[in-house]
Design a protein around this ligand. Structure first.
Ligand SMILES: Nc1ncnc2c1ncn2[C@@H]1O[C@H](COP(=O)(O)OP(=O)(O)OP(=O)(O)O)[C@@H](O)[C@H]1O
Ligand SMILES: [Mg+2]
Length: 234
């Protein structure tokens, strides 16, 4: 069972979009998937409530509310025994102690990042904080950046890639700014499940992200090549 944590203290950078799309990707490829919503705003929970029955089942856990007295966080976050992938959506500005708690059992961390200067600065500070925290905790968790709402061939994306060459956390996928994500969110499905031929380039990026999560290797998409499909393991 792998726990995939979507983290960034910056609001609105795409944590819920990535969490729900990742859960939808895994579920649609036959993997037993759980989606844990740690955000009191409950956006991932609402997405799951919208999810039509024709799509593969995702086990939902809403852990955004304070736990009752005598209930541990681990108990509040329990998932069915057959679960293979747990995707965890987190709130902006999460408390340090809560973040430490989630990091302890994480198999990988995905940090969404918007290309604008404001977001870049805040996220680069967050990455420093995160790597320092993991070092202090003695954790060596694979971490990857997903650039989100990217417009290819823009100066801000070019600049972002240049900056990321000097950051120790790799860029593992870039998601375009597209209405496909807005439609998928309204339908309670992932962009992969929309099966829209216009989203072919986007599928490559999801394959790239899965490739990194499953193999730990930087996806070949960085060289603009389509990554080989990977077999999902329990
Ligand atoms: N790649 C994308 N293309 C188009 N719209 C996007 C994309 N990614 C996110 N959005 C939109 O941007 C908004 C913010 O995204 P999202 O809710 O995923 O961010 P968040 O980090 O979860 O925010 P919060 O910190 O408030 O929880 C949403 O309206 C979402 O539909
Ligand atoms: Mg969110």
């Amino acid at each position: 069972m792998k726990k995939l944590l979507i983290l960034n203290s910056k609001g609105g950078c795409g944590k819920t979009t990535i969490a729900t799309n990742l859960a939808g990707y895994y579920a649609s490829s036959g993997t037993h998937t759980a989606l844990i919503d740690q955000d009191p705003q409950g956006s991932s929970r609402r997405w799951l409530e919208l999810r039509p029955e024709r799509f593969s089942d995702i086990h939902g856990v809403f852990a955004g509310k304070p736990t009752q007295a005598g209930v541990t966080r681990a108990f509040a976050m329990r998932v069915p025994g057959e679960t293979q992938r747990i995707v965890i959506d987190t709130p902006a500005s999460m408390k340090r102690l809560d973040m430490m708690d989630l990091l302890r059992s994480a198999s990988a961390v995905i940090v969404p990042l918007l290309p604008s200067a404001i977001d870049r600065h805040v996220t680069l500070d967050f990455l420093k904080e995160l790597t320092t925290l993991c070092r202090q905790m003695g954790l060596d968790i694979p971490m990857g950046i997903v650039a989100n709402r990217v417009r290819l061939n823009t100066r801000s994306f070019k600049h972002l890639k240049e900056i990321l060459e000097h950051v120790e956390i790799p860029l593992v996928a870039y998601l375009r700014d597209t209405q496909g994500y807005v439609h998928a969110a309204e339908e309670g499905c992932s962009i992969v499940e929309l099966k829209d031929p216009a989203m072919k380039k986007e599928m490559m990026q999801w394959s790239a992200l899965i490739y990194w999560l499953e193999t730990g290797k930087i996806p070949p998409h960085v060289q603009q090549r389509e990554p080989a499909p990977v077999k999902l393991q329990a």
